[in-house]
Design a binder for this molecule. Structure first.
Ligand SMILES: C[S@@+](CC[C@H](N)C(=O)[O-])C[C@H]1O[C@@H](n2cnc3c(N)ncnc32)[C@H](O)[C@@H]1O
Length: 220
């Protein structure tokens, strides 16, 4: 692992080379088209989970690592949305999705580990399937805590290593290849990232053979 791209202590299967933020941006620039093409299937599969995780987000809402903007349609229409992502292509796709859905809001290219927003500037921070790709997930979670109002909420939809041993072993076996292809550590334990951060987990629910975790946290 390189010094400026810390791995996470929670990875159950470390890879030889950790990607930097620039690597991830380049990779997701290339993947953006595929994400758009698979949009319908993605909504079918993950839509109910996103609704469950983010359906009651309120006020000024920040979507961190928003990707192509998949979360947008599951956020209440009253939410004032700001999205950020490190990939230019993802940012373009999320802006197009905002327009398609005729939703107000803004999307910026920004590193989740160095959010360019003042402290306490959002009522709700949401993020989906993201801690697995952040070079430093703890830094990103601390940034989410910083920009969230002290009485606000941080809502995450995450994935990780299955508690079902057969599935978990398959994930272990494919971990390096999956990381190379998607920059995604799919054997992570998403809850373990919270230890020592400025966020306190209020509630968590694990679904789909223990692969998906919905998390509600608050600034500590
Ligand atoms: C697996 S995709 C998930 C996208 C979207 N949240 C969704 O649920 O469809 C991971 C996203 O995280 C973004 N990302 C990774 N590292 C980031 C960082 N440091 N700052 C901002 N975005 C980042 C990638 O560009 C990509 O769009």
């Amino acid at each position: 692992m390189s010094a400026d791209n810390p791995s996470t202590p929670s990875d159950s299967h470390a890879v030889d080379r950790a990607m930097s933020g620039d690597d991830i941006a380049t990779l997701y620039d290339e993947l953006a088209d595929r994400y758009e093409r698979w949009g319908r299937a993605n909504h079918l599969f993950s839509g109910p989970l996103r609704k469950r995780a983010f359906g009651d987000a309120s006020g000024r809402v920040l979507d961190v690592a928003c990707g192509t903007g998949t979360n947008i349609r599951y956020l209440p229409p009253t939410a004032q949305l700001v999205g950020v992502d490190i990939s230019d292509e993802m940012v373009e796709a999320a802006r197009a999705e905002l327009e398609r859905l005729r939703r107000g809001g803004t999307v910026y290219r920004m590193d989740a580990q160095e959010l360019q927003f003042p402290d306490d500037s959002f009522d709700t921070v949401v993020s989906a399937l993201s801690t697995c790709t952040f070079p430093d997930p703890v830094a990103a979670l601390d940034e989410m805590a910083r920009v969230c109002r002290p009485d606000g909420r941080v809502l995450l939809l995450e994935h990780g290593r299955s508690g079902v041993e057969l599935v978990g072993r398959y994930q272990d076996w494919r971990a390096d290849a999956h990381y190379e292809q998607h920059g995604c550590r799919w054997t992570q334990d998403p809850l373990a990232h919270f230890e020592g951060t400025d966020l306190t987990v209020i509630e968590s629910e694990t679904l789909l053979l223990g692969v998906v975790t919905i998390i509600e946290a608050r600034p500590a």
